[in-house]
Design a protein around this ligand. Structure first.
Ligand code: SF4
Length: 369
């Protein structure tokens, strides 16, 4: 006899494997009730039908051009107000030289470039920044800025977001990373001390980008003050936008790192979530986003190489990138080190999957079978 629970997971499983979109209650059910083993099997089945055993990765460099930020989120250990000794802003030429140095050594395909919302920087700084990088290292795809940085530039310059994006694209910006999505709910964002309506602002900037043909990534930061309903609503909001322009290339679920943050000091979040919760989020995001957002990243950066490998078994199909110069995660006190291409290829092959190297737009450029 089939139990009510078995029947419920069968219904969800049939719907998901046929590419259907789950409703809010079904997603919450996956979060709160379903055994992690069942999630893994369903998530991997869906991934196999999209990209088979292939796992993509990119030769990437992360560069944080400034740590000065006037938003001051209480979950962030990276920002400085500008008066501290260790606050900094790099000049466009220094950024470009650094990218060239790494490119000469490692052959970079993607530059993830983000900073704080630095009130001193004008649109000209960014257009100069991207042009200088492209002049010095033309083959690098620039994946740059958060929606907060883009919105601030628009307000500072009294321009529309669309006009700012057009200017940034003309100077070399190729794609926009998904940072800043956190959890869209206003109630959660109030506790995280994100500006009011900043969740909707994230969606609005992304929609504008997608409408004019700039593709982006998407993210969710979990493991702080949110619940399963907030996560479900977040994933459904991404799907709703994806239906309009198909502009999201990928999704990365990040677990919150409380070290050195206000949230930790205030006692609101004292520990990071465990591995089970990380894997549950990987699997559920694959089941919910399905083939509509075909790439799920393993988020190895906050969880280590071994968890990155297990995440692939739970439905992720992109490793993310090599790491050569990351400063945001180390600001929380967690050391991530550098991760070279050969280590990624070996880690993927070790679990019987096929590493494929991609570019910034997820186009496959080499299979390392
Ligand atoms: S998360 Fe981003 S916007 Fe918030 S304080 Fe840190 S750098 Fe600023």
């Amino acid at each position: 006899m089939i139990t009510v629970e078995e029947n419920q997971i069968n219904v969800i499983s049939n719907k998901a494997t046929n590419g259907g979109i789950l409703d809010r209650d079904e997603i919450v059910y996956l979060y709160d009730e379903v055994d992690i083993k069942d999630l893994a099997i369903l998530a991997r089945k869906i991934t196999d039908s999209i990209t088979g055993r292939q796992v993509s990765f990119v030769s990437n460099m992360i560069l944080n051009y400034t740590n000065i930020c006037n938003v001051r989120c209480n979950f962030c250990a990276f920002y400085r107000t500008g008066s501290e000794e260790d606050s900094y802003t790099m000049s466009p030429i220094d950024v470009a030289k650094r990218v060239k140095l790494f490119n000469d050594n490692y052959g970079i395909r993607q530059l993830l470039i983000q900073g704080g919302v630095n009130p001193e920087l004008e649109l000209d700084y960014y257009t100069d920044l991207f042009k200088t990088i492209k002049e010095m290292v033309p083959q690098v795809g620039i994946n740059g800025l958060s929606t907060s940085e883009i919105s601030f530039i628009a307000r500072k310059e009294k321009m529309s977001v669309e006009d700012v994006l057009v200017a940034l694209r003309e100077s070399g910006l190729e794609t926009i990373p998904g940072a800043g999505a956190e959890i869209f709910s206003n109630d959660v964002r109030k506790i995280l001390r994100r500006p009011p309506r900043s969740g909707q602002q994230w969606l609005d900037v992304m929609e504008t980008a997608h409408r004019i043909g700039i593709q982006t990534s998407s993210t969710m930061m979990f493991g702080h003050v949110e619940n399963s309903y907030h996560r479900a609503d977040h994933l459904l909001a991404l799907l709703e936008l994806q239906k309009k322009y198909n502009g999201f290339l990928s999704f990365t679920p990040w677990n919150f790192e409380p070290g050195n943050t206000e949230l930790e000091r205030e006692g609101l979040v004292t520990e990071r979530v465990g591995g089970e919760e990380v894997l549950r989020n990987i699997a559920i995001s694959r089941i919910v986003l399905n083939r509509h957002i075909p790439i799920i990243q393993s988020s190895w950066l906050t969880n280590g190489v071994e968890m990155g490998q297990i995440a692939l078994m739970f439905g992720a199909n992109d490793w993310g990138g090599t790491i050569y110069d990351e400063r945001v995660i180390p600001a929380t006190g967690k050391q991530v080190g550098n991760l070279r291409k050969d280590t990624i290829i070996r880690s993927i092959k070790n679990i019987g999957m096929i590493p494929v190297e991609r570019d910034n737009r997820y186009k496959i450029i080499e299979t390392n079978s």
